[in-house]
Design a protein around this ligand. Sequence first.
Ligand code: FAD
Length: 298
Amino acid sequence: MADSNLANTSKRCYEITHSYLQITESTSEIIRGTQKDIDTTRRLLLKEIFPRWSPFDGDISFSYNGGKDCQVLLIIYLGCLWECYQSSKQHEKFPLKTLKAVFIDQDKNFETLEQFVEFTKKRYCLSLYEADRDFNKSVSMSVAFYKYLKDEPETKAIVVGIRHTDPFAEDLKPIQRTDDGWPDFLRLQPLLHWKLAHIWSFLLYSGEPICGIYGAGFTSLGDVNHTLPNSHLIKTNKLPLFFQWEIDHGSDGVANCSSLSSKDSHLQNDQYLPGWYLLDDSLERCGRNKSKKEQGLN
Ligand code: FAD
């Protein structure tokens, strides 16, 4: 990739987003719906969030775990950063070199995911907070964030790529304070309204690399011992692919999935379709929760 500074990266993300918004040649309902979702996310960022918490002076951090949802939000967020810079008279030069971000590395993650986070950290110019892994693994996410806020006290708000269809997320608001038991900061959640199909449509169209685990039939990434391919993607189910047009546009006919790491190479299989064949939000997390042992697979 030629672009390696945040200004160029933000501009590239702006171009991806606007190119998607300008699609008229496809009559796909999914694309129309995704364009509406993008508009809502952009409005929240540009009209409600950035005027209150400056994206350029350390108020905001971005929670990033390499998953598809926060990657979609990151691309749109960076595009909005470019717009904000362009419309502001205050900055002659793009005012940031890196984007402040945080990854609470708690679970036993797939190696492919860890490599993807490392790769995209560079690709999107993230200054990714990397706390003591052993500490993170022994505490809850809220305690890990207490430590983060202690180390990064100027942070007032953190962007979260959560959607209403995630567990316990139906009543969340785009901007809200954290709950009791969490350190006090604002959660910025401008992706809540997105549907699974819209996430895939945008990501595949973008041509940006996607974490390779999704290519092996996974739809939601958790702890390596509690995450399996989604059983609804078994090839005998003969699900149709809805995103060939997006894939043709973004990556010349083949989705741009990162390679599986050597440790994860056993996940390569011809039994499951890739994650983007699943459109039903209610089935997205099948494959998570139960351990392999509980399912008799270990
Ligand atoms: P995913 O769908 O994988 O995650 C949803 C989003 O959460 C991701 O897109 C990413 O932005 C973020 N995220 C998930 N895992 C990580 C990670 N390991 N490191 C960094 N970011 C990550 N729950 C409460 O009950 N009350 C709260 O006040 C509250 N505040 C939160 C504030 C922040 C900044 C975050 C990141 C989470 C908070 N949560 C809170 C938990 C949140 O509601 C989700 O339960 C949690 O993010 C995991 O979501 P998920 O399992 O659906 O995973």
